[in-house]
Design a protein around this ligand. Sequence first.
Ligand code: F6R
Length: 320
Amino acid sequence: MELIITADYDELSRAAADIIAGCVRERPDCVLGLAAGATPVGTYRELVRLRQQGKVDFCRVRTFNLDEYYPIEPDHPQSYHRFMWEHLFSGINVRRENVHLPRGTAPDPGEECRRYEAAIEDSGGIDLLLLGVGANGHIGFNEPGTRLDSTTHLVQLARETVAANARFFDRPEDVPRLAITMGIKTIMRSRRLLLLASGASKGAVLATALEGPVTPGVPASVVQLHPFLTVIADRAAASGLQTEGRQPVRLGGGGAAPPIGTRCAADAGRSAGLTRGRRGRADPGAWLQVHLPVLDGPHVDTDVWFGTPCLTKARLVGST
Ligand code: F6R
């Protein structure tokens, strides 16, 4: 796990956009997994800016969103289709036919889930998946209690998720109760995860997800087991974290926060007793199966850290 702590939301958004743009530059036909919600809005704004400056080209990029309400029309003001076009797609040169979201109008949601999962697989799999985290620990719309081996499925939204979404709808009865979401297995099959958390309201859940036990009760905790996880949190969201490598770290008022801009505990994984996997065609899925027999994973050409889930790298970035 790589943890990047930024001074504020704007820095978080720039850092996330840089990582996504870097992925696109490295592989122009990459497959991006994308999230809706408040957290990535700044990241999308930065990506649009990078595109306008000609610094990144999305013409061959394919995208799959994590989720969509069900049922909902694509042009409904609160649909994730509409959200994504407003905040990102209309500002970059992605091709319409390369954009994928679950269809909120599909007559048979079960069939739509199978179609969506197959489309992700047919694309070759997600290279980089952007995630937010719900205050109750959900990722995508995988609510607490979701099976860790779930693929794309129809979900009944948790009461707290419906309540959190109510701010976007005129009337409480308009808030959708169902959604189609990539499953936890779908998420974990992505080659790289980029989890964003901003604001004090995410402090407790981020600490539980990253430092607590891996459990279906906190779906976001499963990301600890992903071999290529980057977490970007602003100071407020990181304030509950105890771990910084093996050193306790304090952020914010009165604490001995390391100065922003310093790199801390790089490669703490080595000192934590992790051993490096052989270079070559490694199989993170095999590694995941050690911990969670229900999961299987992607095959990627790169190094893999084997061992207990652990922070391998942490750094603070920012201008203040
Ligand atoms: C959205 C999604 C959700 C959100 C999460 C956080 O596509 O999958 O898991 O990422 O609810 O939402 P915000 O960013 O609004 O706090």
